[in-house]
Design a protein around this ligand. Structure first.
Ligand code: DC
Length: 213
């Protein structure tokens, strides 16, 4: 039987990189739940759906396919903004919860773990998960990491602009009424400000090895 590894944390903290490494190392499926919000946001943008049209938004969430979730256009500042807005809607979160809870049953039945990363995985989606990691890093350090990534890809953007974006997203994620970002009960807190990815990966492996009660 698979166990759930829930990884939560703020924007640009390295959840996806860490979760991908774990997924490869343990040959276990990975769900990046932010992609669900982004996929719905992309449908809203492409189909020009009103951001308050509850029925159409629920319909988008219900009909999400792997092709939507793996769409290469999920990562842009337009989609960041729409995803952030719609992620505060309870009806959307309720619908996407269904997808997230199905994921391990569908894809991890013969695997050691199902790895799910996001903002509310340990608190709302899988409160019963055996392994819960809450990642944190200083916002300026997160901004510098993101800046290096983005500029390496040839985009022109200022560090200050990235930093301001991170602060704005933190305050939305931490401050929203529905499913705010916070460490789950029974989670391990890992501040990666002064850790590189390999060190963070090793720390999480230790958690997995030692949590067998
Ligand atoms: O992790 P990300 O940046 O791809 O997430 C995209 C948006 O979705 C972001 O605004 C936070 C939101 N989100 C959420 O509210 N709950 C999750 N479990 C995952 C993402």
């Amino acid at each position: 039987m698979h166990e759930i590894i829930a990884i939560d944390g703020p924007a640009s903290v390295g959840k996806s990189t860490l979760a991908k490494k774990l997924s490869v190392f343990y040959d276990s499926p990975l769900l990046q739940s932010g992609r669900l919000y982004r996929a719905v946001a992309l449908e809203i943008k492409n189909k020009k759906i009103n951001i308050n049209d509850r029925d159409k938004i629920i319909q988008c969430a219900k009909s999400l396919k792997n092709s939507n979730i793996n769409n290469i256009n999920l990562f842009s500042s337009d989609i960041d903004k729409i995803a952030s807005k719609i992620s505060a809607k309870k009806y959307l979160r309720d619908q996407l919860r269904v997808y997230q809870r199905e994921f391990p049953k569908k894809y991890a039945s013969r695997k050691k773990y199902a790895i799910v990363e996001g903002r509310d995985i340990g608190t709302e989606i899988f409160p019963e998960a055996k392994f819960k990691v809450f990642l944190w890093a200083d916002p300026l350090i997160r901004a510098k990491r993101r800046y290096e990534q983005v500029t390496q890809n040839g985009k022109k953007v200022g560090l200050k602009q990235i930093y301001d974006g991170i602060i704005a997203r933190d305050s939305k994620d931490l401050g929203r009424k529905i499913a705010p970002l916070r460490p789950a009960a029974n989670s391990v807190l890992l501040d990666t400000s002064y850790l590189d990815i390999e060190q963070a990966f090793n720390a999480v492996k230790k958690v997995l090895n030692q949590k067998n009660i």
